[in-house]
Design a protein around this ligand. Sequence first.
Ligand SMILES: [Zn+2]
Ligand SMILES: [Zn+2]
Length: 319
Amino acid sequence: MRALIVDSPGLSRIAEREIPSPGSGQTLVRVIACGLCGTDYKIFSGKTHAEYPIIPGHEITGIVEESEEIEKGQMVVIDPNRPCGRCRFCKSGRPHFCEHLQATGVTESGGFSEYVLVWNTQVYPVKNVPPERAVFAEPLSCILNGLRRIKGEFFERVLILGAGSIGMIFGLMLKRILPGAEIVLWDVDETRAEYVSKNFVLKVEPPKGSYDLTVECSGSVEGFKTCFDSSAFGGVLLQFGVVDKDKKVGVSPYDVYRKELRIQGTYLNPFTMGEAVRIIESGELLFEKLVTDRLDLEGVRDYLQNNRKALVKAVFWNH
Ligand SMILES: [Zn+2]
Ligand SMILES: [Zn+2]
């Protein structure tokens, strides 16, 4: 099988690899599609945690090729995260903080490949859905975790920073959850902002005034600062974007105190894959409209190596 291998930060190649054979409790999946995510860029450049050499790609949709447990030919999506189940975080219901967390496409071979080997516990069957929609199950599950962190609260004015697929999905989901709220998206990339405002029913405009909820989806220090500075009294800042791990930003403790600001992180997708699959299957939101760039393996390598960004969402399409 052909796969994109990152040997070390900045150094990659497309190479022939042997198709892995599943052991007990494992499933071999033929990849149909795998989304490119900010994390892949950071793995490529060494700005986040990963184990090299690595085949990246963790937003995987495919067809079961070989498995003792799951029917051959079944379309599935993969939860990339595989907690140990034994550490204190796993035992207290917080498996995303697992001390021995393994993740497909981060510590184990991922989806920028013709086949991927996963554990049965990671496999979620999906029915009657086009693969270009199913490929959003994993990012959606992470967004659902973020929404759980602010569950039950009402926000009148919402700012989402970063109008890529994550920002868009947050916008669509928050529209469902907060009827009547004013929700605006913003992106410093004007071509993208313009495309999004033309093609989707979400308001795209630069931040003005203050917001009760800000959602940082750009993964940049500037994005965080804009969210912080745009927070209203009693505001909540939801940090979703992955900022380079060595970057710092100065904030005013006085503002945090005086405005009762809450900075809320959201990490991975504990217990939300099932819900994500149900939303994808319901057909209520046509996530496939977010796919603007379809790439082969060479294309994926080119995007990651040259930091080329999709208009909205790029996916590796294996055909
Ligand atoms: Zn991701
Ligand atoms: Zn654990």
